[in-house]
Design a protein around this ligand. Structure first.
Ligand code: PLP
Length: 519
């Protein structure tokens, strides 16, 4: 046997490619069988969405179920129907549950049947939306135009889909850093090229991703000033001005103010107009983290709350929260397209543009962010906005705020629960009466999760755990809020082992009423 190493550059597969008898590919051998299987899967998922109220919000996967995902790498495939059956048995029942009307945890969108179909169709096209000359980029551009219109930005504002607001907020720091660097070329020379340290400002209620963005960008989390908030949990503007003055006096360079439209904990909104004033006086970048709250601009009734958004230099927001586009669909919108491009565009031979053909075009999405290969997130967003229209989408956003008010009123009417923060939009933070350390609140949230009946989440307000109901879901209606309150009372009684006036299982059923599941 010849054991001498193959010469460099030699074809490493044995055999003559021309003599390969059976050509392989990954398409079905029988398209009609596949068609039936695929239709069956889609039908089942449509039923799954339709019947969401019939199921627990969440069920923890058992050890047996999890064991299904600890197998060896499969060498041989198997029939598609078996993969689908395993999806039904081992995956579908154990999803997080954010499609359910009594899911109120964190801040999560609920999806729509239309978004699901769009996602499937996008996968069929399998478009790579990093660049090049194809229609998907026009669809993405359409979304940027629409959002520029909705938020009062100029029509040439540039925008790009990213995974979520965390990424969009990160990009905002990089663009603001680029602007602050002036001619110093930090992309080439690093932060050491700057004359002084750059400092950013946000309220102490700001999402942690902004702190993380300071870490990741090399600017350093210690250079993010967390400004105190007022009784409505909005940034104290006079404190901001003092902090900026103190930093300037110390020889530092303020470069960025991050306002929040809808804080993640309580939904508080900074005074965006006042922040825009400070930013323009100080000549610093004004970015708004409007992850969910910016979309309040789609409701004429709520729009005044986000006044000043139209003056931002950039906005981070998510279509996957209040607009229910299936995960993931974050967006980053920038007023000045040149600065945006300057922060990311690069010359690489394989990305060079041609005057015509598939490599034509000027600005590609890969010039506006760090991703090169990227999916067609614009399609599910375009389907959502085209199909439902902004009036209905805005009305659903408004409805969640009404539901939050309803819950607030029920909490206030109950001797057993206390409000913990003002309700600005759709988030209700409350605690349990006589529960100074929040331990009962914590128990109640875990009990509710395990009951499968409802899923609020927990947050820490002023050092004490609070129950947080973030009502985002377009499916959450009055009966669901009333049911949620009944559940809270019942679970509290159970946690305290107080006698129950009537068995929980006897709670009336009907639309919006789910069983207290024991399974
Ligand atoms: C959800 C949220 C984020 C993070 O957004 P992702 O899409 O989860 O990355 C940031 N800021 C606020 C205010 C949020 O509500």
């Amino acid at each position: 046997m010849d054991r001498s190493p193959a010469p460099a550059g030699a074809f490493f597969l044995a055999g003559n490619p021309d003599s390969m008898s059976d050509a392989k590919d990954l398409d079905p051998t029988d398209w009609e069988v596949f068609r039936a299987q695929a239709h069956g899967a889609l039908d089942a998922m449509i039923d799954h969405i339709r019947d969401v109220r019939e199921r627990p919000v969440w069920r923890e996967a058992s050890a047996e179920v999890k064991a299904r995902f600890r197998r060896e790498l499969p060498l041989k495939g198997r029939d598609f129907s078996r993969t689908l059956a395993d999806f039904d048995a081992y995956i579908k029942p154990y999803a997080i549950g954010n499609t359910h009307p009594l899911f109120m945890g964190w801040v999560q969108g609920a999806g729509t049947p239309v978004g699901m179909v769009a996602e499937m169709l996008a996968a069929g096209l399998d478009s790579n939306c990093g660049g090049r000359n194809h229609i998907a980029l026009d669809v993405e551009r359409q979304i940027a135009l629409w959002m520029a219109q909705a938020f009062g930005f100029p029509p040439d504002a540039s925008g790009i889909f990213v995974t979520g607001a965390s990424m969009a907020n990160f990009l905002s720091l990089l663009v603001a850093r680029e602007r602050a660097a002036g001619g110093k070329n930090v992309r080439l020379n690093g932060l050491g090229a700057l004359d002084s340290v750059l400092v950013a400002y946000a309220s102490r209620e700001v999402h942690n991703c902004v702190r993380q963005a300071m870490e990741l960008s090399g600017l350093g989390a210690r250079h993010l000033r967390l400004i105190a908030s007022d009784e409505r949990r909005a940034m104290r503007v006079s404190d901001l001005q003092h902090a900026i003055a103190a930093d300037r006096a110390a020889g530092l360079t303020p470069f960025l103010i991050v306002g929040t439209a809808g804080t993640v904990d309580t939904g508080a909104i900074d005074d965006l107009d006042a922040l825009a004033d400070v930013a323009s006086e100080e000549e610093v970048w004004f970015h708004v983290d409007g992850a969910f709250g910016a979309l309040a601009a789609l409701s004429p009734a709520l729009k005044p709350l986000v006044k000043g958004l139209e003056r931002a230099d950039s906005i981070a927001f998510d279509f996957h929260k209040w607009l229910h586009v299936p995960y993931d669909a974050g967006f980053f919108l920038v007023r000045d397209p040149q600065t945006h491009r300057r922060a990311f565009a690069a010359d690489a031979a394989y990305l060079s543009r041609a005057p015509r053909g598939l490599a034509a075009g000027e600005t590609w999405p890969c010039d506006l962010g760090p991703d090169l290969s990227r999916g067609f997130r614009a399609l599910k967003t375009w389907f959502t906005i085209e199909t439902y229209g902004v009036e209905l989408l805005g009305a659903c956003i408004e409805q969640t705020c009404h539901m939050a008010r309803r819950l607030e009123a029920l909490i206030e009417a109950s001797p057993n629960f206390v409000m913990r923060a003002p309700v600005t939009l759709n988030i209700v933070c409350f605690g349990v009466a006589e529960d100074a350390d929040g331990s009962l609140a914590r128990e109640i949230v875990m009990d509710l999760h395990e009951s499968g009946e409802a899923a609020p989440s927990l947050t820490i307000l002023d050092g004490v755990p609070a129950i947080r109901a973030a009502i985002i879901n377009h499916r959450t209606h009055k009966a669901d809020i009333d049911r949620f309150m009944e559940l809270l009372e019942a679970v509290r009684r159970q946690a305290l082992r107080e006698p129950h006036p009537e068995p929980l299982a006897a709670a009336p059923r009907g639309p919006g009423r789910t069983r207290l599941s024991q399974d």
